[in-house]
Write a protein that binds this ligand. Structure first.
Ligand code: TXA
Ligand code: MG
Length: 340
């Protein structure tokens, strides 16, 4: 199948929505990353998403809605806690997990009795969902295991000829995925850090919010999706936690092993180091712009001839939680400088 590339305008929203109604798969922009959408009530359509991405079938998809009224149609109840979060943060980079009423296709929820729901803060996404008049299930529009796409070109790189269309709405804003929050129990639990921070959630709920991912390992995933390899660049990446001198020492060490070393660093550290391939993710002072650039930076190594990537670590404040969560998942291991 040859993939149609659609610029965002009224005519193409209509065209894309017809394809969705017809059970086809269409990639579209959201404020976080591009999503790979299909009718969440159509099991065969959803199957096409899993096939195009090469996604394991036990990893559930998030359902995208255009407004809260539409959301109420697919859950047993919007709990009071979920209601407060929805009022405060939707549309926006938040996904709430609620009890499903069974109207969403089984393969969307991977057989769970819960469903993840979100209202994206991107006009193209909401126009598309409204025009299709359907709940749209959409994982990130990358091949499983690769960094999520933050532009239509990234989607094209991964899924050319595997999906019906890509709706191009320009580069995404937040750059990391939505925060996934389990709202089925008494307390809100973060299953995946993202664009809405723990502090944001706590400021609205007025009670401590648990972050289930803090001690998360690949063996003890908190959300089904977290056990798989994720966000991987083309070559192994090692996180270096330490001073500029320690970074330099590690560069020398890997170079002596005959490896071509690429760096994924801030502007600030980049200015202190010399290497053939230096990819900057922006200033250390602006973690939001690092979130915005992270996946693009990881992807850019496909153009460079390197054997290994040495990456800087960043603050865990604010959206830094999500940034470091993704970097740890993308990395082979973390190399920490010891205190002397
Ligand atoms: O920002 C985003 O959330 C993007 C855009 C496209 O909306 N979507 C996205 O989808 O990141 P995906 O499929 O790449 O990640 C969905 C995450 C996975 O970790 C999955 O396991 C979790 O949400 N999830 C979905 N439904 C769930 C459920 N019922 N219970 C627990 N976790 C769930
Ligand atoms: Mg994903």
């Amino acid at each position: 199948m040859s993939t149609a590339f659609l610029l965002w305008n009224d005519e193409n929203i209509k065209k894309a929505s017809e394809w969705l109604k017809n059970g086809d798969v269409v990639a579209f922009p959201t404020e976080t990353v591009y999503g790979l959408g299909a009718d969440a009530t159509n099991e065969q359509a959803i199957q096409k998403i899993f096939e195009a991405k090469g996604r394991p079938s036990d990893n559930p998809l998030i359902v995208h809605l255009s407004d809260v009224e539409q959301m109420t149609r697919y859950v047993t109840e919007i709990t009071p806690m979920a209601k407060r979060l929805i009022d405060a943060f939707m549309p926006g980079p938040l996904t709430v997990i609620l009890k499903s009423n069974g109207k969403i296709a089984k393969n969307v929820t991977a057989g769970l009795d819960t469903v993840g729901l979100r209202i994206p803060d991107h006009l193209a996404a909401r126009e598309l969902i409204k025009a299709a008049d359907l709940p749209i299930a959409a994982p990130s529009a990358n091949l499983s295991g690769k960094p999520s796409p933050t532009s239509a070109v990234h989607v094209y790189q991964d899924l050319e000829n595997k999906i019906t269309a890509i709706l191009d709405g320009g580069p995404t804003g937040v750059g990391v995925e939505s925060t996934v929050v389990d709202c089925t129990g008494d307390r809100a639990i973060i299953l995946r850090p993202g664009g809405i921070t723990k502090q944001d959630l706590e400021s609205v709920l007025d009670v401590p919010v648990e972050d289930a991912t803090i001690f998360e390992t690949k063996e003890t995933p908190k959300s089904p999706g977290m056990k798989y390899t994720h966000y991987e660049p083309e070559v192994p990446m090692i996180l270096i936690e330490g001073s500029a001198d320690y970074f330099r020492e590690k560069m020398t060490q890997h170079a002596l092993e005959g490896k071509k070393v690429g760096l994924l660093v801030s502007d600030e550290l980049g200015r202190q180091l010399k290497a053939d391939t230096v990819v900057s993710v922006g200033s250390r002072e602006d973690i939001s712009s690092i979130a915005n650039q992270l996946y693009n930076a990881l992807r850019s190594f496909r153009k460079h001839d390197v054997d290994i990537i040495l990456a800087e670590t960043f603050t865990e404040e604010g959206v830094g939680q999500a940034v470091m969560n993704r970097m740890r998942k993308a990395a082979t291991y973390i190399d920490q400088e010891r205190e002397v």
